[in-house]
Design a protein around this ligand. Sequence first.
Ligand SMILES: [Fe+2]
Length: 203
Amino acid sequence: MFFKQIKYRGDNFSYVVADEASRDAAVVDPSFNVDAIILLLKEKKFNLKYIINTHGHLDHTAGNEELKSAFHSKIVAHRLSRLNQDISVADDDTIRLGAIAIRVIHTPGHTPDSICLLVDGKLLTGDTLFVGECGRTDLAGGSAKDMYNSLLHRIAKLDDSIEVYPGHDYGPSPNSTIAREKQTNYTLQNRTLQQFIEFVQTL
Ligand SMILES: [Fe+2]
């Protein structure tokens, strides 16, 4: 599997995932990195089948339409998203890219349509989990209760060896692992739901 984390303009991370045999590719969150993404896709001769958004915030979806018209790709988002989407996905759906399977994990909290994507031992976490931090829950549609369930009942239950690739470069390193985040990320520490709700109000 080809996998690349891209940060070209701003602090948003975009990701290119591709099946090297079929050359089929997906971009996760084009953001402001489209120039670098197009250069890479052309250089590698990848067919961009899917543009997948971890959620509908503009800093992640910027570049969707430019990439779509350049490669005739389909925009994929959670069914609760208000985005202009060609394919709607839900929890536990699989997006297939040649021989590669990308699993959708619905992780609301930052927004109702937030998803994480699990592919080949890598978890792309959008604005749900950052290295050392979690996403805000005080924006429109945010929910501390949903974030608690997504972080503690979904993400923290994944295998320790899974690598974490966030939607922004906010932490001390551009990527991490579930094990490291469970040890060091203060938002993933053991709390009851009530303690977590009080905790995020202090952030
Ligand atoms: Fe966001």
